[in-house]
Design a protein around this ligand. Structure first.
Ligand SMILES: Cc1ncc(COP(=O)(O)O)c(C=O)c1O
Length: 399
């Protein structure tokens, strides 16, 4: 049978088993526990011999529908969920890595992930090697020395650098390393890391999947064997997705395709528009032909995503004046919502890092992360026009 397209899957997939009373929408099941009169049935469910729910830290019908939807969107054998994206990342790494193991990754991962690499894993005697993002030869060399995990993020937060996932997965296979890809920025609409050879895909569902900035969540997709291992770690450690959040994420995911298509278009138009302002120094967007990773992105992505970033002349002083003038943007530490969101990387994605660490990652202090919303593009462009225009009267922008 022909596989259903992703927009249709986003709406229909994964919900059937969690519907009750003929309801057409997945209910929010707030019950912490699930009762059984039959002691044998209870036992069978508890030991996994029979389908069902026992206790909310383990499974829940609303949460299960969310897991099933993201599993189908990523075309994975299995999926599990977490309270946040960081919980998905830390539970996955906590399951896979032991003292003496080695992990290879890139310097440009999300700030929280980077902290796990630089602060927490070394304390657990895990050797962490961070390569320059985009330096494929360096990553290959480090992977070939042997590692348990190759951890990637593409596009990266906030400078949207691109890594060739297929090429990296190929070298990882040579040493039996598990390839983990954070697909938060791309979403399954724009990129399918499993199809490119990755073993596990992570999402901060808080971002584009939910899309409405009203629920935190995380997801992991991959083989049954690996996902079940991480699920076991999570069920014991308790970083469980709340049923109300799962409901909000499910509702948001129904419009995922529509939103992502629009955000892809808006981000490209904004990236091109930003280049026309004298006060803008650099624009980072993989959809721009001059972007270093453009060709790889074109090959491995269906769309270039809703995220971009730009640096301005005059650094933070300009940013301080510019951002409050935008009428149709939230100035907030989030991304991927229907509303456009802006913020300096030093206060958002990389607030955990020191200025020196940010500089080492190639993140200028005046870098603005721009998450394109689904507003009408003409309004977003005019908003930038008026903000940059008023900037001219308040600060002197040095050549
Ligand atoms: C790429 C990426 N991965 C993971 C996370 C962490 O997600 P959460 O805030 O849901 O823990 C973020 C948060 O911004 C992110 O941008």
């Amino acid at each position: 049978m022909k596989k259903t397209n992703i927009g249709t899957r986003a709406i229909w997939a994964g919900e059937k088993d969690s519907l009750a009373f003929g309801a057409t929408q997945v209910p929010v099941v707030h019950s912490v526990s699930f009762g059984y009169d039959d002691m044998d049935e209870w036992y069978d469910v508890a030991v996994g011999k029979k389908e069902g729910h026992i206790y909310g830290r383990n499974t829940n019908p609303t949460v299960q529908a969310f897991e099933e939807k993201i599993r189908i969107l990523e075309d994975a054998e299995a999926a599990t969920s977490f309270s946040t994206g960081m919980a998905a990342i830390s539970n996955t790494l906590g399951t896979l890595l032991f003292p003496g193991d080695r992990i290879v990754s890139i310097k440009d991962t999300y700030g929280g992930t980077n902290k796990i690499f630089t602060e927490f894993l070394p304390k657990q005697q895990v050797e962490v090697v961070l390569c320059d993002t985009g330096d494929h030869e360096a990553i290959e060399e480090e992977v070939r020395k042997g590692c348990k995990v190759l951890y990637l993020e593409s596009p990266t937060n906030p400078t949207v650098k691109i890594t060739d996932i297929k090429r990296m997965a190929k070298v990882a296979k040579e040493v039996d390393a598990i390839v983990v890809v954070d697909n938060t920025f791309a979403t399954p609409v724009n990129q399918n890391p499993l199809a490119l050879g990755a073993d596990l895909v992570i999402h901060s569902a808080t971002k584009f999947l939910g899309g409405h900035a009203d629920a935190l969540g995380g997801a992991l997709c991959g083989s049954k064997e690996l996902v079940e291992k991480v699920y076991h770690y999570r069920e014991i450690n308790g970083a469980t997705l709340d049923p109300m959040a799962a409901y909000l994420l499910l509702r948001g995911m129904k419009t995922l395709k529509l939103r992502i298509d629009r955000q892809n278009d808006n981000a490209l138009a904004i990236a091109r528009h930003l280049k026309t302002f004298e006060a803008v120094d650099q624009v980072f967007y993989p959809g721009l032909e001059e972007h270093k990773g453009h060709d790889i992105a074109k090959e491995q992505m269906n769309g270039f995503g809703g995220m971009l970033s730009f640096s301005v002349k005059g650094g933070m002083e300009t940013v301080r004046n510019l951002l409050p003038k935008l009428k149709y943007s939230n100035r907030a530490a989030n991304l991927g919502a229907v509303e456009t969101i802006v913020g300096p990387a030093r206060t958002t994605s990389h607030v955990e890092c020191t200025p020196e660490e940010r500089a080492a990652m190639g993140i200028p202090e005046g870098l603005v992360r721009y998450s394109a919303g689904i507003e009408d593009i003409e309004d977003l462009k005019h908003d930038l026009d008026q903000a940059f225009q008023s900037l001219k009267s308040t600060v002197t922008v040095n050549g």
